[in-house]
Design a protein around this ligand. Structure first.
Ligand code: 2NL
Length: 361
C-alpha cells in the first residue's frame, strides 16, 4: 500500500509539472487540484482508505498519505503562485508604456495680433501704476454721449456714426462711457486704462472697420496738469516705440476735453529721413492718439467736483498703433481670420497683464 502512495505522488507531481506548463496554467492547476485533492480526488480517496487498513499497517499508511497530501498541497500552492506571477509578467510586458517615445506635438495658438498689441500697451501703462478695467459693449445713449458733454442734437455727434439698438441704446462708439461709470464708483486718485471693442457704422475700406479695439485712459487727482499728460504719454510712447522717440502735441477738438490735443511720435522707421517711408508716408510723424484735460462738465457727470479735481484722458484705436508697428496696410485683415495673416506675428510676451472685469457697471 505504501508503494501505491508513492506511485500516486510521483504521477501527481508529473501531472503538476505538465499543468504548470499549460497555456492557461491557472485553470490547468485548478483541474489538477480537483483531480488529486478535491473531495473525489485521488489523494482524498487514499485518506479515506486509512481506516480500512489492517490495524498494524494503519499508522504507517496514514502518515505516508498525509505526508504526500502535505507535499502535494505545498507543490500546488507554489506552482499556482508562480503561474500567477508569470501571467502578471506577461501582462506587464504587453502593456508597457514606452515613455521615451516622442510626444505628438500640440498645435499651439497665439493671442490675436490686436490682443498682443493691447497687452503690450497695458503693460506699458501698468509700469506707471495704471490698472485695466473692462465694461459693457452695449451702452446707453446717456453714457456714450450725454455724460461726455455731447447732448442730443449736438453737431459733435456727427463725429461718431452709431449702430443703434433702439432709440436709447447703442453699441458703444468708443470706450469713453466706462470712464464716467468708473469715476462714479471710485474716489480719486484714479489711474485707469479701459481696453475693449468699439463699433461704428462705417463704409469699410483699408482704414475703416465697423468693429475695432480701443483703449482709453484716465488720470484724476487734485493737482493733475497737462504736464503730467505729456510726461505719461511720452514715457509710454518710448516704452512701445523706442527710448529715443520724440512726441509732438498739437491742438485738437474732442467734446469731452478742454483743451484737447493730438499726439504724434516721430517715425520709428525712417526718423523723418525718408520721403517715401511706408510707415509715415514721408511726413516724419505718426498721429497715434487723442488726449486732453477732462472737461469740467464730464467730471461733474462722473460725480467729481471740478474745483477740487482735474484729470487728463486719452484714447485711440489699437489697430492704429498695431498697423505701423507691424507694417499692416489694411485694417480689414485683422478680422478676416486668415491664418496666414495671424501666424505672421511674433509670440506673446510671457505674462500678459490681467484685464480686471467690469468694476463699475
Ligand atoms: C481719439 C481720441 C480721446 C478721450 C478720448 C475721454 C474720456 C472721458 C473724458 C475725457 Cl470720460 N476724455 N477720452 C479724450 C481725448 C481723446 O480719444 O481719437 N479716439 C479714437
Amino acid at each position: 500500500m505504501d508503494g501505491d502512495v508513492a506511485a500516486v505522488e510521483a504521477v501527481a507531481l508529473a501531472d503538476l509539472a505538465d499543468a504548470a506548463q499549460a497555456d492557461d496554467a491557472t485553470a490547468a492547476l485548478e483541474r489538477w487540484r480537483v483531480q488529486y485533492l478535491g473531495t473525489q480526488g485521488r489523494v482524498t480517496q487514499l485518506l479515506r482508505a486509512i481506516g480500512k487498513q489492517p490495524a498494524e499497517q494503519r499508522k504507517a499508511f496514514g502518515m505516508a498519505v498525509q505526508a504526500t497530501r502535505d507535499r502535494l498541497e505545498t507543490a500546488h500552492r507554489r506552482a499556482l503562485s508562480e503561474a500567477e506571477q508569470a501571467k502578471l509578467r506577461r501582462q506587464l510586458a504587453s502593456e508597457r508604456l514606452d515613455v521615451t517615445l516622442p510626444g505628438r506635438p500640440v498645435a499651439a495658438g497665439v493671442p490675436h495680433p490686436t490682443i498682443q498689441a493691447m497687452n503690450d500697451i497695458l503693460r506699458a501703462f501698468a509700469n506707471l501704476g495704471f490698472q485695466a478695467v473692462e465694461g459693457p459693449e452695449v451702452e446707453w445713449d446717456y453714457f456714450n454721449f450725454q455724460a461726455l458733454n455731447i447732448p442730443p442734437d449736438h453737431p459733435a455727434r456727427d463725429m461718431w456714426d452709431t449702430l443703434w439698438i433702439d432709440d436709447r441704446m447703442l453699441l458703444r462708439t468708443h470706450t469713453s462711457p466706462m470712464q464716467v461709470r468708473y469715476m462714479r464708483e471710485h474716489a480719486p486718485p484714479l489711474r485707469v486704462i479701459f481696453p475693449g471693442r468699439g463699433y461704428r457704422y462705417e463704409q469699410l475700406d483699408a482704414t475703416h472697420e465697423s468693429q475695432f479695439f480701443q483703449f482709453e485712459g484716465l488720470m484724476v487727482d487734485e493737482r493733475v496738469s497737462f504736464a503730467d499728460l505729456k510726461g505719461v504719454l511720452t514715457d509710454v510712447a518710448r516704452q512701445l516705440f523706442g527710448a529715443q522717440r520724440r512726441t509732438r502735441f498739437r491742438c485738437d477738438y474732442f467734446p469731452f476735453v478742454e483743451p484737447g490735443a493730438e499726439m504724434a511720435i516721430d517715425c520709428f522707421l525712417c526718423e523723418g529721413k525718408d520721403a517715401s517711408c511706408r510707415v509715415c508716408k514721408g511726413s516724419g510723424w505718426l498721429e497715434i492718439l487723442g488726449a486732453g484735460m477732462v472737461h469740467p462738465k464730464v467730471l461733474e457727470y462722473g460725480g467729481l467736483d471740478p474745483n477740487r479735481y482735474q484729470g487728463f484722458a486719452f484714447g485711440t484705436g489699437i489697430e492704429r498703433i498695431a498697423m505701423p508697428r507691424y507694417g499692416i496696410e489694411d485694417i480689414r485683415l485683422f478680422y478676416q481670420n486668415d491664418l496666414r495673416f495671424l501666424r505672421q506675428l511674433r509670440v506673446p510676451p510671457a505674462e500678459p497683464p490681467t484685464w480686471e472685469r467690469g468694476a463699475a457697471w
